[in-house]
Design a protein around this ligand. Sequence first.
Ligand SMILES: NC(=O)c1ccc[n+]([C@@H]2O[C@H](COP(=O)([O-])OP(=O)(O)OC[C@H]3O[C@@H](n4cnc5c(N)ncnc54)[C@H](O)[C@@H]3O)[C@@H](O)[C@H]2O)c1
Length: 278
Amino acid sequence: MAHGLLQGKKGIIFGPLDENSLAWKIAEKAKEEGATFTITNAPVAIRMGKVKQLSEQLDAPLITADATKMDDLEKLFNESMEKLGGKVDFVLHSVGMSPNVRKEKPYTDLNHDFFLKTLDISAVSFHKVLQTAKKLDAINEWGSVVALTYIAAERAFPGYNDMAEAKATLEAIARNFGYYYGSDKNVRINTISQSPTKTTAGTGIKGFDEFYDYADKMAPLGNADGESCADFCITLFSDYTRMITMQNIHHDGGFSSVGVSQEIVEMFAEKKGKNKDE
Ligand SMILES: NC(=O)c1ccc[n+]([C@@H]2O[C@H](COP(=O)([O-])OP(=O)(O)OC[C@H]3O[C@@H](n4cnc5c(N)ncnc54)[C@H](O)[C@@H]3O)[C@@H](O)[C@H]2O)c1
C-alpha cells in the first residue's frame, strides 16, 4: 500500500539490472510513493540487462553512466536535473562488482589490479558520485543519499573476498562525506547493511546459498528480503528520517545482534545425535 511518502521528490537510482536487483525493487517502490527519477547503469549492463524495460515501465529516463568515470557522472547529474526539471532530493548507490570474485581468486591470493578495480567500482565510485553532486550543487537541502552495504565490512565472512574491504570503505565514505555534506547543505548520507539477497551480485559470492541459509536461521526475524529493503530505503529518502545521517543501519532481521540462535544450536545437537532437551 502506497503512502505518497516521496510525492514531489526527484531522484537518481543507480544499479537496476534485472527484476531481482535491489535497485529495481527500490525504483518500483519509489514510483509507487510518488517520486520521479532517472535510472542509470554501466553501458554493458544496459546492453545485457533489462534496464530499458524498467525505464519504459516506470517512465523513468535512462542515462548511461559508468560510476567510476567522473565525466559520465557529471553528464548524469546535469541530464537528470534537466529531465527532472531541477535538483534532486535522493540518490541511491546500488553498485558493486569484484573481478576477483568473478574469477574465483581466493582472498589470500588476490590479483591486486583486480583488487583496485573492486575498490573503484564498489566504493570509490560512491565518493565520485557525492563529489560530483556537491560540485554541481545537484542535491536539494535535506536531500538523502543511500548506499547498500553488507556486514562483511565489519566481520570476517569467508567467500566475500575483497568486497569486504570495498564495503568497509563505502561505509567510511558515507560517514566522512556525510559530515561535510551535512554541515554545508544539510544533505544526509547513510548506508543500509542488507541481509544476503538472491540477486546477480549476491549469488556470485562463493558459498552464498549456505550463508543465506545460515543468516536466515540466525536472525530472529529471518533474512530481510529485497521488498522490505526497498520499503526501508523509501523511508530513508522520505522526510520522516530527516535527522538520520552518517549511519550504517542494519536491515537484517536482527542477524547482526545475535551470537547464536537456538535453531543453530539444535542443528549441531542433532548432528551429534542428541535430542532437544539434552
Ligand atoms: N544481494 C545481496 O546479498 C546484497 C547484500 C547486501 C548488499 N548488497 C549490495 O547491494 C548493491 C546492489 O547489488 P544487488 O545485490 O542488487 O545485485 P545486482 O547485480 O543486481 O546489482 C549490482 C549493480 O552494479 C552495477 N555496476 C557494476 N559495475 C558498475 C559500474 N562500473 N558503473 C555503474 N554500475 C555498475 C551492475 O550493473 C548492477 O546493476 C551492491 O552494492 C551489493 O553489494 C547486496
